[in-house]
Design a protein around this ligand. Structure first.
Ligand code: YNC
Ligand code: MG
Length: 431
């Protein structure tokens, strides 16, 4: 068992918790000591670098993943990352083209395997760990179980090591030596009728379709005053809020301003970020008050303006943040549809995934209710969130249901004391 992973610098199941101290597992190496030649592939294959900016090459990676990437246990759904999403996910500040590693068939040139790394500043038990995040490991279905995956993993490790980086973070549905944390996905139905039709969910006993639709219905508009899409000039404020919030978690990421601009500025069908702008909230409140004063007879204002009472109770206008910005909260989600396999009517499940969120003075449940409202308004079928960070505090109340299967988090060449972490201690989200 674990012929490959048993030989790698990762925590092993046999490691005794009491002996574990934070730090690298391998003895430190220099770049000069790293092997210069690529690992050997079976003779019919060659290594390639995938140029994700090239429309043809990103389409090749898209097609490989579309046909061969992660499926649920019953093979009903398969992740369908869009080309635009792949360009976003693979090209953050400091990305390296030679970390977008492909394998092609000699002669036909067909792309049959892929693995990628991107740079990231990880924080583990408070220590900065320069690392890569590994994602999109995929081998053509016809080439499975031939031990190609370990060659891909060793090759990307070599290419990352050549640039002086020795640690990595990654997630997988499978259990390998040895998870640093195990999380669960939760799902919030936005379009229950379609989710039931594609058998993503099923009608609960003693529930009719009409009652189910009513149960999951969301308001037409959001309730948090001052909520608006993030704009470029918010980047510094969002960076400060985000890093401040994430510092409390035992395993997390630290973001530069350039990284925040890349990861959070809204891109249609890739990433959506909203901020709560306390100045805008005040303006909205003043406008509402003056229009009420003008339009309504005395005494009618209270009954007609339910949202003005929620604005005074959410505290967004009275932030005591040290920065001069009026941004007090952030909420974001990314777009990752799944192909519906072998269904006559539907071929795609439109899913939004919760990304990093900083509640600040806004109650997290209210902020997430607004995120659900926005996602429903944009036509998503389901909103997914992991049980990490403070998410357990809203999942049940906002009618998320627990999914089947777990998402395991891993570190390469880094031992962390006091692991596995509890999901609420984890502040890291990989795409
Ligand atoms: C997996 N998901 O246990 P042992 S997640 C890592 N991540 O090794 P073969 C995996 N290892 O047990 P196949 C893995 N799945 O002998 C399997 N393994 O020690 C291990 N699926 O290799 C497995 N994408 O080539 C075994 O297996 C060995 O042909 C067997 O290929 C596996 O992106 C795979 O789920 C996953 O495309 C490529 O099944 C294939 O089955 C496939 O005989 C569908 O492999 C898509 C899928 C995985 C998504 C992801 C994160 C990957 C992380 C990789 C590890 C990175 C380490 C850090 C490197 C940088 C270090 C620095 C610095
Ligand atoms: Mg294989």
């Amino acid at each position: 068992k674990y012929a490959f992973w048993g030989s790698q610098p990762v925590m092993q199941f046999s490691d005794e918790a009491k002996d574990v101290e934070d730090g690298p597992i391998d003895a430190p190496k220099t770049v000069e000591e790293v092997r210069k030649e690529p690992y050997t592939l079976p003779s019919s294959f060659v290594w390639c670098e995938c140029n994700i900016n090239d429309p043809h090459e990103v389409q090749e990676v898209y097609t490989l993943l579309h046909n061969n990437y992660v499926e649920d246990d019953d093979a009903m759904f398969r992740f369908n990352y869009s080309p635009e999403f792949l360009q976003w996910a693979l090209q953050p500040p400091g990305y390296q083209r030679d970390w977008h590693v492909g394998v092609r068939v000699k002669g036909s040139n067909k792309l049959v395997a892929f693995i990628s790394g991107i740079p990231a500043s990880i924080r583990a038990n408070g220590k900065p760990v320069p690392a890569v995040e590994i994602n999109f490991l995929c081998v053509l279905k016809k080439l499975r179980s031939k031990r190609l995956a370990p060659v891909l993993i060793k090759e990307i490790t070599r290419r990352v090591n050549l640039r002086g980086i020795w640690q990595a973070a990654y997630t997988a549905g499978v259990v390998l030596p040895r998870p640093v944390c195990g999380c669960r996905y939760w799902h919030r139905s936005l379009n229950p009728k379609k989710l039931i039709e594609v058998r993503f969910s099923s009608l609960q006993p003693r529930m009719t379709m009409a009652r189910t639709i009513k149960l999951y219905r969301l308001p037409a508009s959001t309730t948090t005053p001052g909520l608006r899409p993030m704009e470029a000039h918010d980047t510094a404020a969002v960076t400060e809020l985000l890093n401040g919030h994430l510092a409390q978690f035992k395993l997390t990421q630290h973001f530069s301003e350039d990284e925040v601009a890349h990861w959070f500025l809204p891109q249609p069908l890739v990433v959506d970020t909203y901020v709560v702008d306390s100045q805008l909230a005040q303006q909205q409140q003043q406008q509402q008050q003056s229009s009420e004063a003008q339009q309504l007879p005395a005494g009618a204002a209270d009954a007609a303006a339910p949202s003005s009472s929620s604005s005074s109770s959410n505290g967004a206008g009275s932030s005591s943040s040290s920065s001069s910005s009026s941004i007090v909260s952030v909420v974001s989600f990314y777009t990752l549809p799944s192909s519906v396999l072998g269904h006559e009517e539907h071929n795609e499940l439109r899913a939004a995934y919760m990304f990093y969120t900083v509640p600040g003075p806004t109650p997290l449940t209210q902020l997430m209710q607004d995120a659900l409202t926005l996602a429903a308004g944009k036509g998503y079928d389901v909103f997914n969130a992991l049980d990490l960070m403070d998410n357990a505090s809203f999942l049940k109340e906002l009618k998320f249901g627990i999914g089947d299967g777990a998402l395991q988090y891993y570190l390469y060449n880094w031992r962390m004391a006091n692991t596995p972490l509890q999901p609420k201690e984890l502040g890291l989200i990989l795409l």
